[in-house]
Design a protein around this ligand. Structure first.
Ligand code: PA5
Length: 355
């Protein structure tokens, strides 16, 4: 096991400084906000009643962030489309965001082409690739974001422009206040979780260490914390290279909870339950969690709850997400695993002829 307080070991395990890109997320959110405010040629919002966000993996989750930031009171129907199909409800009253960090993801390019055929208002967010090229050919607005990061370390660049574009075209509320709050909050957390902050006072290093050798199961309450739980799961997979699962309350009360009844010996040895909470969660969900955890805790090796801070939904979501980004990065480093490469995804894309 690697010592998480040894800077030389961190550097050796993480040669491309993935951890540094996590530490700099507050600057990224600031820069993303500025870039999106400068983009020209945005489509008008007249008649828009829905938003479809096209994207996969680290790019697609930006749609979930948008949905959380707009909140359950938004009159707009918002969906993230992760696949090859563009459903018929996506029509000229839909605003489409085509999201791909590389600009070359097959599924996203296919749905983007279908949206082009339907003459739908589209905004692309990308570093370049075929998406940027095709969007520019068609005179579409493109939010250009810097290359050189892993998509899952670029959530600020991928998510914040959606809020800014919605605000600018009059399809969403003002984003500035929530973005400023998010930057300030993330800055404080970046210091708290920074590599220079020693293990005994660094909750991210501490939790990573407790998760060594475990399979994380991440639960979140409906909405904001559910999105964060899915992000944690994906970061455990891609950054720490471990299996992980996520689910949400109240849905898991209607199925998954029964699955903890058997195989207790196996799950007690391997599963670690992480529960992400949000102060805005429905009071009945709070009650459900209070009742559920004692039922499960004998079947897992540890239960750890995390609560997001912040006034706006955006800040609270990023707060939860940011802790998970650090925990998964430290878990990778503690295991002696480079957090950056995702060789199996790249080789799959090569085999499909995507890259
Ligand atoms: O984190 C990753 O590398 C992946 O989840 C990618 O985001 C995913 O494969 C889609 O690629 P892109 O973000 O370049 O469209």
């Amino acid at each position: 096991m690697n010592d998480l307080d040894d800077p030389a070991l961190i550097q050796e395990t993480d040669p491309s400084d993935f951890l540094g890109s996590v530490e700099r997320l507050p600057d990224q959110v600031r820069d993303a906000h500025e870039r999106a405010r400068r983009v020209e040629g945005l489509p008008p919002a007249d008649g828009i009643d829905s938003i479809a966000v096209l994207g996969m993996g680290g790019s697609g989750i930006s749609g979930d962030v948008l949905q959380v930031a707009l909140g359950p009171r938004s009159p707009l129907f918002v969906a993230t489309l992760r696949g090859y199909e563009l459903p018929d409800w996506v029509d000229r009253n839909t605003l489409v965001f085509a999201m791909s960090y590389s600009g070359n993801t097959e599924e996203t390019l296919e749905t983007f082409e279908k949206a082009l055929e339907r003459n739908i208002p589209i905004v692309a967010v990308t570093t370049g690739g075929a998406l940027s090229q095709r969007a520019k050919q068609h005179g579409l607005a493109v939010v250009e974001i810097p290359a050189g990061l892993q998509p899952r370390a670029a959530l600020g660049y991928l998510a914040v422009p959606l809020l800014v574009v919605c605000e600018r075209i009059g399809a969403g509320p003002p984003a500035g206040e929530a973005v400023s709050e998010t930057i300030d909050l993330l800055q404080g957390r970046a210091d708290e979780y920074h590599r220079k902050s020693p293990l005994e006072s660094n909750p991210a290093k501490e939790l990573a260490q407790r998760l060594l050798g475990k399979i994380p199961v991440v639960y979140g309450s409906e909405g904001l914390a559910e999105v964060a739980a899915y992000r944690w799961k994906c970061q455990f997979n891609e950054v720490a290279k471990v299996p992980a699962w996520s689910n949400s309350f109240p849905e898991l009360n209607h199925n998954e909870i029964v699955g903890w009844e058997r195989l207790g010996k196996v799950t007690r040895a391997h599963a670690a339950l992480l529960v992400l909470r949000d102060e805005g969660e429905h009071p009945r969900i709070a009650k459900r969690i209070d009742i559920t955890l004692p039922l499960i805790q004998g079947s897992v090796s540890l239960v750890h709850q995390v609560r997001g801070r912040g006034a706006s939904a955006l800040a609270r979501l990023f707060d939860l997400v940011y802790f998970g980004d650090f925990v998964s990065t430290y878990l990778a480093i503690a295991q002696g695993v480079d957090p950056a490469p995702v060789e199996v995804i790249e080789s799959l894309k090569r085999a499909l002829g995507d890259v």
